[in-house]
Write a protein that binds this ligand. Structure first.
Ligand SMILES: NC(=O)c1ccc[n+]([C@@H]2O[C@H](COP(=O)([O-])OP(=O)(O)OC[C@H]3O[C@@H](n4cnc5c(N)ncnc54)[C@H](OP(=O)(O)O)[C@@H]3O)[C@@H](O)[C@H]2O)c1
Length: 254
């Protein structure tokens, strides 16, 4: 991140889902820019490893084990952050999963799980964080969304339903809270080398599809999402509010 230096210095940033993938990259990338990082997720050992890495590099971090389908656990994550560090400057809603199933094959339980994890957690974390941000008269919320919010792909209909709703959430928060010094934006990644794509066999199996679906014909890198996040969370982006930043190699054009 050579073009940025200390742009998040002293900022208290809560990120959901820092145990792997994009969330882990955001945690490490924010810490390099001086942020105090509060990570979360269910896999405590992995989350603690990320926090320990930040601390061993001279930064400040803590991990709070959180299942984002439990709204009281999310409340605890936000409250504990403010109890410990006195404020919350940044919330990044990132934790999600992508089940693949044709839409008509989903059960009620499938539907509830996707909505509670991928949408409900973004909604409730934002509501709990906004209460503090309003008191502070400052704060930034960044939603890690997906190109599937605007582009449908067979087999991920339930996931994209939640992602489309997140675009609305971003706009609602941006609209209602700007006067209190709060900004809300989203990043819409395309196919990124994270999650399932970290498995070499999945990359090999999906090689042709990746090239077909993405004009730049490759997976995006986690660092490319981190870079976009740093811009949207920097003071230089203060006029961005309710913005969707596609980082997808042009996938939305196909
Ligand atoms: N990778 C891509 O190509 C891609 C493309 C577009 C959008 N995205 C979006 O990017 C974000 C991150 O995805 P990723 O690719 O980095 O996936 P990932 O590596 O699987 O990471 C997902 C993170 O979410 C957390 N999580 C999932 N369910 C949770 C729950 N119930 N409670 C708490 N944490 C939970 C996981 O933590 P635990 O398992 O430890 O709980 C993990 O840290 C998601 O919003 C995804 O939709 C990814």
């Amino acid at each position: 991140m050579a073009i940025y230096k200390d742009i998040l210095k002293g900022k208290v940033a809560v990120i959901t889902g820092t145990t792997s993938g994009i969330g882990k990259g955001l945690a490490l990338g924010f810490a390099k820019q001086g942020a105090i990082v509060v990570g979360s997720g269910r896999r405590e050992n992995l989350g603690q490893e990320v926090a320990a890495k930040i601390k061993s590099d001279g930064g400040e971090a803590m991990f709070i084990k959180t299942d984002v389908t439990d709204h009281l656990a999310i409340k605890h994550l936000i409250d504990e952050t403010v109890n410990t560090y006195g404020r919350i400057d940044i919330l990044v809603n990132n934790a999600a999963y992508e089940p693949t199933k044709l839409f008509m094959d989903n059960t009620y339980e499938d539907y509830r799980k996707v909505i509670d994890t991928n949408l409900g957690s973004y909604v409730m974390a934002s509501i709990y964080a906004l209460k503090y941000m309003k008191q502070q008269q400052s704060g930034k919320i960044l939603n890690i969304n997906s190109v599937t919010a605007i582009q449908q792909v067979p087999g991920v209909g339930m996931y994209s339903l939640a992602k489309a709703a997140i675009s609305n959430l971003t706009k609602v928060i941006a609209l209602e809270n700007a006067k209190d010094g709060i900004r809300c934006n989203e990043i819409n990644p395309g196919l990124i080398l994270a999650g399932e794509f970290e498995k070499a066999e999945v990359r090999e199996w999906a090689k042709e599809a990746i090239e077909k679906m993405t004009p730049v014909a490759r997976l995006g890198k986690v660092e490319e999402i981190v870079h976009a996040a740093l811009y949207l969370l920097s003071d230089e982006a203060d006029f961005c509010n309710g913005t969707s930043l596609l980082v997808d190699g042009g996938r939305h054009l196909i």
